[in-house]
Design a protein around this ligand. Structure first.
Ligand SMILES: [Zn+2]
Length: 343
């Protein structure tokens, strides 16, 4: 089969790789119907040292079960399934707590395992990992269903960790796909005000449709000032940091209300957060982290199936598998917000 490999910064290739097959009894093989490129794929795309050994790419996919091992009783060939971006057994102490990203027997897609950006995937721990979707869904729903793999669940996780509720004013830092999904999630949870910080008008326009009540294009100290003005002076209770840079964290701490929560889901490219005496005096809670997407799929699925939630609108480009290197380029150059792949 064909699959996407990264050999170093800027070096993405689509090559022939071995067909996946059942190895462990709890494996399934899934033929990929839709996959995509993640903002987090762009970090290695910009910085990965060159290597002679390509790394398989992609961690978001949905597809059709082609084969299932003897320990996968709930799935049969022909089932439509979505995969969260971390595979997990569904039975260990962490999985039972809804923290499947810390599963004792789980792991990440890609690297030396199959990734989502290919024609098919061997899925380890298939009973704990895969979520079945009605097989007769309208094809038009597939992009939104695909966002349950990662990006919508990640935005939702930011909002959940920040305790967003109908009494909450929220700032979302970042107008990338995760930020826009965080807006949608905050609206779904009933947030009273949602201030989106971003300066790409086409993206913030979609953010308004997703539920943003205010858009602030300014950055840095001026952006902080604008958010404070719009939120009544003190900042917002919840801040969802959806970028991952030190500047985004500084902005987040600047716009959060005293006693509020900064929830970070951007793939952090910083190692330090200011937690000095001044921050201590403000009683800020810092939380967030990698989203256990598997814990949220069943909850978010009905709204996607009935069309009331359309997170798939973050995809503004669709390509075939062979065009994947160009898709990376377009996302890195910000010509595309998020690229959908149809293998
Ligand atoms: Zn587990």
């Amino acid at each position: 089969m064909r699959a996407t490999l990264m050999y170093g910064a800027g070096d993405v290739r689509v090559e022939d790789v071995p067909d996946p097959r059942i190895i462990e009894p709890a494996d399934a093989v899934v033929r990929v119907l839709r996959s995509c490129i993640c903002g987090s794929d762009l970090w290695p795309y910009r910085s990965m040292p060159a290597t002679g050994h390509g790394r398989r790419m992609g961690h978001e996919f949905l597809g059709i079960v082609e084969d299932a091992g003897p320990d996968v009783p709930g799935l049969r060939p022909g089932d439509l399934v979505v995969a969260p971006f971390v595979w997990s057994d569904g039975t260990c102490e962490f999985c039972r707590e809804g923290l499947q990203t810390s599963c004792r027997h789980g792991g990440l897609w890609g690297g030396d395992l199959d990734g989502g950006q290919g024609e098919a995937v061997r899925v380890p721990q298939a009973p704990g990992t895969l979520v079945k979707i009605p097989a007769d869904v309208d094809e038009a729903l597939l992009p939104s269903l695909l966002t349950l793999s990662d990006v919508f669940c990640t935005g939702h996780h930011a909002a959940v960790r920040a305790r967003v509720s109908p009494r909450t004013k929220v700032t979302v830092v970042g107008d990338g796909a995760v930020g826009l999904c965080a807006v949608l999630a905050a609206r779904r949870l009933g947030a009273e005000q949602i201030i989106l910080m971003g300066r790409h008008k086409d993206r913030t326009d979609l953010g308004r449709e997703f539920g943003a009540t205010d858009v602030i294009a300014e950055r840095g100290a001026e952006g902080i000032e604008r958010v404070r003005e719009r939120s009544g002076g003190a900042g917002t209770h919840a801040v969802l940091e959806c970028v991952g840079t030190a500047q985004a964290m500084d902005t987040s701490l600047g716009v959060v209300r005293d006693g509020g929560v900064v929830s970070r889901v951007g793939a952090a490219q910083y190692t330090e957060v200011p937690m000095d005496f001044g921050t201590l005096m403000r009683n800020i809670t810092l939380t967030g982290g990698v989203a256990p997407a598997r814990a949220y799929i069943e909850e978010l699925l009905p709204g996607v199936l009935d069309g009331s939630l359309q997170p798939g609108r973050v995809f503004d480009r669709a390509i075939g598998l062979d065009q994947t290197p160009g898709g990376y380029r377009e996302m890195a150059d910000r010509q595309a917000l998020k690229v959908l792949i149809r293998p």
